[in-house]
Write a protein that binds this ligand. Structure first.
Ligand code: ATP
Ligand code: MG
Length: 348
């Protein structure tokens, strides 16, 4: 739940990649490439992670395909199918997240609860021939819980989720997109999983990229159709931090639209409690901690949690023989400093 930012920098990975590449050490090269993909995901460079992932996948496939494959055989079709859909799917996952893993104002929590309830009570709705709300839009600033909320829905409903990244398709192979999206929707319906479309605003952004407008219109039309004919038991969740980039026609399709906000004092306190819930760590001074909480207003949940976790680690490192202790005090002044740096870096 907490994202730990790795201490390796991107440059360290690039140095290792150069080294192992030149040494022809494929095993180590693959391992460091995978680490860099993970690192890029953790530091929110999703598009870069996807591009690396598809380079890696393509090259592995090519190596595998160097052995002869009979055209028309089953493995041939599987391979084509995978390549076409694979670049769109960032990951396929199951989730253990529950509603009590997310902090938000009451409106957000209630909307999430309603959405989940519709699917828990789908049978009842079906019995009375009532429609099930199955298209959910999550919008709001970065680091405020949109992706987390999608995991919560998947966890509460105990469904598998495929993460589709529209950012990746819009930057490449536009021509394939409509077809691939239809495939993903069909596959998801047959496997009873949730489709989570991240960076949904890419659909609007394409106008700036001076790409083929006609083609993009087709992608938008495909999405509109897929949404209109979505089977009742399928669920689509889309996320964006630029709702204003989306067409009215697209926005209208969603049954629910949930707006996430930066946390206020109450939510920051809850986030802190949630982060410290295993009881191993507490603040050296409650008064000082409350001051830091007030000071962190304006930052995202992600930034606040990240700085708190870093402060915990640094406080732990400052203790002699930390291996022998079971609880520790968090040095509040470290947290304050980290919050100040974070605020300065984003100009709050
Ligand atoms: N509302 C929240 N409650 C609890 N933790 C949160 C919340 N929002 C963010 N976090 C923490 O920050 C991490 C990143 O948040 P998340 O990925 O959900 O942000 P996001 O809104 O999807 O951002 P982006 O627009 O950049 O994709 C979460 O995994 C979680 O640890
Ligand atoms: Mg996200």
């Amino acid at each position: 739940m907490i994202t730990f930012v790795s201490i390796m920098s991107q440059f360290d990975y690039i140095k290792d990649i150069a080294k192992y590449g030149l040494e022809n050490d494929q095993e180590k090269l693959l391992s460091v490439l995978n680490d860099l993909i993970e690192h890029s995901k953790n530091t929110k460079k999703l598009n870069f992670a996807i591009q690396l992932q598809s380079i890696l996948k393509d090259s592995l496939k090519q190596q595998r395909n160097n052995s002869l494959t009979k055209v028309g055989s089953e493995s041939y079709f599987n391979r084509i199918e995978d390549r076409e859909v694979g670049e769109l799917i960032l990951e396929k996952l199951t989730s253990n997240y529950r509603l009590d893993n997310i902090v938000a104002d009451n409106t957000v929590i209630h909307s999430l609860q309603y959405f989940i309830e519709e699917h828990q009570k789908a049978e009842l709705l079906r019995k009375f021939d009532l429609p099930i709300a199955n298209k959910l839009l999550l919008h709001g600033p970065s680091g405020c819980g949109k992706t987390l909320a999608s995991y919560v829905v998947a966890g509460e409903l105990d469904k598998m989720m495929v993460v589709v990244n529209l950012g990746a398709i819009v930057s490449s192979k536009l021509g394939e997109t409509s077809k691939n999206l239809s495939k993903i929707f069909r596959k998801a319906a047959s496997e009873d999983c949730i489709i989570f479309i991240d960076e949904f605003d890419s659909l609007g952004k394409v106008r700036d990229y001076s790409q083929d407008h006609g083609e993009m219109k087709r992608v938008v039309n495909t999405i509109l159709q897929l949404f209109d004919y979505l089977p009742q038991n399928s669920i689509v969740i889309a996320a964006t931090n630029q709702k204003e980039m989306l067409d009215e026609a697209l926005l209208r399709r969603f049954d629910f639209s949930i707006g996430f906000n930066l946390p206020k004092e109450r939510e920051i306190k809850e986030l802190v409690l949630l982060t410290l819930k295993n009881g191993n760590f507490s603040f050296d001074s409650k008064i000082k901690a409350n001051k830091v909480i007030k000071n962190s207003i304006g930052l995202s949940y992600y930034s606040i949690q990240k700085t708190l976790v870093t402060a915990i680690k640094r406080s732990l490192f400052a203790i002699n023989n930390p291996e022998n202790i079971i609880s520790a005090k968090i040095d509040t002044s470290i947290w304050q400093k980290l919050i100040d740096i974070e605020k300065e870096s984003i100009g709050v």
